[in-house]
Design a protein around this ligand. Structure first.
Ligand SMILES: Cc1ncc(COP(=O)(O)O)c(C=O)c1O
Length: 382
């Protein structure tokens, strides 16, 4: 087959059952396996801002470099205060963390959950956090025939499970669909009426044009917890940065379980810098929309499968059954391109892929890789 040497497959190495979490973005492992520099790999498997971090971040980090000679603030107080000021709420509502992932892992124990429900398909760390706290969980899936949009019927099915917590992302990963405002409103009302925790992950909300944050509502909805990862929008997954917003009683409990110094000085500096960049979010949203359309056009032209509607900086793609997803992923891999095999998300099957929205030259490289796959496929089936 064209472009695919007979070597161990990336899909096997990076996506198989030995690692139940199976994340995208494993560029350094991929580089070792490919025997090339990570700088020569194009990563469509992690959904990171295609424009990179705000301009000037490197300089800001350099200027504060000597801070690493000292312990950072125990609880990133300066950053927490900035976040609180920007959101117009007392700082007691906020807890900064080294990514949303460690914060998610605190929640099941601190909240004392017993009947959590995850609205899927969803980021695998919700399940991982519940499992490692010794809890079982149930999935309620958004319907595929609505393009994976969470709707009122999804809420009915969630409520029928009598949950004590509901985990969902807005927009969802890997589908990129926003949750309609009326559905969020109902979930909020029901969480108050039935006393369940509503945990809303807004990791990708800043990439969307229309999505509204529930964060301001934490002041009045004591059962609402909003997670805001900063690693995607500010393109710093290697630095680890996030915060959550909740009722002060809950943030205090979570803070008591958080280790001191969990944010490094560079992470605090980066947070203070990035959160005060005027217009960064707006220009990202505009650019992502253009690149997303471009990516969709290229994929549609190749006609390998179905693209689901997405409001986010990634697309869910379902290959037609005649195409072998493993071969496609391997062909791309050996051409220096990583994509996320989404077949292992709960509710999906082999044949689903997730592609990050990347800049135009990278989309061209992806299209070239996919053409090689197609040529190989035709050769195999001639
Ligand atoms: C929906 C969602 N939430 C949260 C995270 C975790 O982000 P962080 O880098 O802040 O741990 C991810 C990472 O992929 C994600 O997809």
């Amino acid at each position: 087959m064209v472009g695919v040497p007979m070597k161990a497959s990336l899909a096997a190495a990076l996506n198989e059952a030995t690692d139940p979490r199976r994340h995208g973005g494993r560029i350094f492992e991929a580089a070792r396996q490919m025997g090339r520099s990570w700088r020569d790999i194009i990563d469509f498997s992690a959904s990171i801002n295609p424009f990179g971090p705000p301009r000037g971040l490197k300089k800001a980090l350099d200027e504060e470099f000597d801070q690493i000679l000292h312990y950072p603030e125990v609880r990133a107080e300066s950053l927490t205060k900035k976040i609180a000021d920007q959101n117009g709420l007392p700082h007691e509502h906020f807890l900064a963390g080294a990514g949303s992932t460690p914060q998610l892992h605190l929640l099941p124990r601190v909240l004392g959950l017993s009947r959590p429900v995850i609205i899927g398909p969803a980021f695998s760390e919700y399940e991982a956090a519940l499992t490692s706290a010794g809890l079982s969980h149930q999935y309620v899936l958004a319907p595929e025939n609505t393009g994976w949009q969470v709707n009122q019927d999804t809420v009915d099915r969630v409520l029928s499970r009598k949950p004590d917590a509901v985990f969902l992302a807005n927009p969802a990963n890997p589908t990129g669909r926003l949750v309609p405002p009326e559905v969020l409103t109902r979930l909020l009302q029901e969480s108050r009426r039935l006393s369940f925790w509503l945990i809303v992950d807004e990791a990708f909300l800043d990439f969307t044009e229309e999505g509204g944050s529930l964060l301001p509502l934490v002041a009045e909805h004591h059962r609402l917890i909003v997670l805001r990862s900063l690693t995607k929008i500010f393109a710093l997954p290697g630095l680890r940065l996030a915060y959550l917003a909740a009722n002060p009683k809950i943030t205090a409990k979570l803070a008591a379980e958080t280790l001191p110094w969990s944010l490094s000085s560079p992470a605090i500096t980066a947070g203070l810098f990035c959160l005060t960049r005027e217009g960064f979010r707006e220009s990202t949203v505009k650019g992502v929309k253009i690149f997303r359309r471009h990516l969709m056009r290229e994929l549609n032209a190749l006609d390998l499968g179905q693209i689901y509607p997405s409001e986010a900086n990634f697309l869910l793609w379902r290959l037609r059954p005649e195409f072998n997803p493993r071969k496609l992923i391997d062909t791309l891999f050996w051409n220096g391109l990583l994509v996320r095999d989404a077949g292992n998300f709960n509710g999906l099957r082999p044949g689903y892929l997730r592609l990050a929205v990347r800049p135009a030259p990278e989309i061209s490289a992806l299209a070239a890789g996919l053409k090689k796959f197609l040529a190989g496929h035709r050769e195999d089936h001639a």
